[in-house]
Design a binder for this molecule. Sequence first.
Ligand code: SAM
Length: 262
Amino acid sequence: MRNIGNDESSSRELYLDLLINILTNMIYGDPSFRPKHIGPFQSNLRSEGRDWPTVAHTMAGLQRLQNVRALAQRVIDEGIPGDFIETGVWRGGCCILMRGILAANAIKDRKVYAVDSFAGLPSPKPLEFPHDDGLNLHLYPELSVSLEQVKENFSRYGLLDEQVVFVKGLFQHTLPSLEAGPFALIRLDGDLYESTYLSLESLYPKLSLGGFVIVDDYGGVPACQAAVSDYRTLMGIDVPIQEIDWTGVWWQKPRVPFPESE
Ligand SMILES: C[S@@+](CC[C@H](N)C(=O)[O-])C[C@H]1O[C@@H](n2cnc3c(N)ncnc32)[C@H](O)[C@@H]1O
């Protein structure tokens, strides 16, 4: 964690540092319930986003939250038009950070879209999406967080207002008909091939040129990586993928549009 004791950072940077440390609960350090890492808080696991916190509002870890902050700030500083959206919000932490970044920049004309079933992951459909065969994340009740709870989490930070839009339902039902966009930042965190592919298919065309895609599970879930790879191949997207940490990646939509596929 960055030591800010003698830093001459602006109040914006100090607020966002503190917000990230609270969202990940690096402060009080709650235990983890992830099957691989059940047990007391371990600072290295939380900071790398490798555990599933019992209390903290995100499981994304410090580097992936700093990535959201850096790319959102670039979008703002470079004037790339559009809203921010996350598909797969769980307790809301990444979206709370997005809203906090808007607040810290006094931005009133961008929104944050939080898209989730608010009831956990769907069961895999191996016939339609073979890469998802055997994934059992739908069996964890802890991954199901209600819309009311996520709103309550936003309100605890003073960040629940009309600049946050909640979209409730399975992606297959909500995303294709979502009347929203353009987006400047799209963050995918739905783990499955199905969830990742559907998100890209519906949202990437609405991403502004120069905007960013972040994929949380690229390194950690092979099915997610396959979805990204399939979509990029289909659309002829060849801009390099940038690594954030052991699992998260991002890329920037080229400012010059790539040729339409025939
Ligand atoms: C790993 S959690 C997201 C973690 C969160 N971004 C964070 O910062 O901690 C995955 C979320 O995706 C949602 N999800 C996955 N696939 C979905 C789908 N097809 N439709 C709706 N929600 C989905 C789940 O309900 C769950 O809240």
